[in-house]
Every structure is written in C-alpha cells, then in structure tokens.
Design a protein around this ligand. Structure first.
Ligand code: OFO
Length: 169
C-alpha cells in the first residue's frame, strides 16, 4: 500500500506528464503550420513519450493499491517566435520536470518508500537523456541562425526519429 502523501505526489506528477504531452502536441501543431515535417515528427514522438511517462506512473499507482486521480490539464502555449524559441522552451520545460522528479524522490525518501524510489530512478535517468537530446537540437538551431537551407537539413534529420515504447521501472 502506498501512503496518502506519496499517492498525492504521484497524481500531481501524472498531471505534469500529461501537461508535457499537451504542450508538445501544441508545439507539434505549430511545426505542422510551418510545414516543417521533420520537426513535426520529432514532436509527435515526444508526445508519445510523455504519454508513456504518464501511463507508467498510472500503472504503478494502481499496482501499489493507490487511487489514480486525474486533474485538469492547463492550456499550453500555442505560438512561438521560431523553432529556436520552441526548443528553448522545451529545454526549460524538461529542466522543470527534472526538478519535479527530484522533489517526488524527496517525498519518497521522507515516506521511506524504497519501492517508489527505485521506480523513480528510471524517470531520473530518462530526464538526463531528454535534457541531453533537447540540448543537442537546441545547439544545432543556435548554430543555424537564419540559414534556411541548414534549417531544412535539420528538418530532414529530425524526420528519422522514431518512437520506441519504453520499459519503465
Ligand atoms: Fe516526461 O519527460 Fe519530458 O517532460
């Protein structure tokens, strides 16, 4: 059985993962409006990943005898100044999510919930990977600047990203 405090913290994080999914879906729509199919694809994969992250916690909470309580998802931003602006936002958001996972682990420590701590270890590693991936695209966009040809080459590159369902926990 999971403690009430831990259950609440997991439900809050499920909401943040679903907000991430929503935010990236909004970014996907932005890139679709710009006809940047590779960037659109990159975001589609990101949306799927965030859904998997939320569902991983949903399943875990159920397995521990907790109650999944879905909350309202905030409206995400709908417009950005440029692809660079989008990726700055993504990195900022992922850094925020990393801090949330750290706080969730703090709660698990306070509650002496070693099972939750071990489960959350996967999320922590995933955040390191996400920040690294996003940082890589951001660095390329910074190099590209106003070069439209280089932007289209990057778009082609991002079209190759595929979703692999993660094995969580
Ligand atoms: Fe769920 O990792 Fe991004 O936010």
């Amino acid at each position: 059985m999971i403690s009430e405090k831990m259950e609440k913290a997991f439900n809050e994080q499920i909401n943040k993962e679903l907000f991430s999914e929503y935010l990236y879906l909004s970014m996907q729509a932005y890139f679709e409006r710009m006809n940047l199919t590779g960037f659109t694809n990159w975001m589609t994969v990101q949306v799927q990943e965030e859904h998997a992250h939320a569902m991983g916690m949903y399943t875990y909470l159920n397995e521990r005898g907790g109650k999944v309580e879905l909350m309202a998802i905030d409206k995400p931003q709908t417009d950005w100044a440029s692809p660079l602006d989008v990726f700055k936002h993504v990195l900022e958001h992922e850094q925020f999510v990393t801090s949330c996972i750290n706080k969730l682990m703090d709660v698990a420590e306070e509650e002496k919930d070693r099972a939750a701590l071990s489960f959350l270890d996967w999320y922590l590693k995933e955040q390191v990977e996400e920040e690294n991936n996003v940082g890589g695209v951001l660095a390329k966009l910074e190099l590209i600047g106003d070069d439209k040809h280089a932007l289209l080459l990057l778009d082609k590159d991002l079209a190759t990203r595929t979703f692999v369902a993660p094995v969580i926990g």
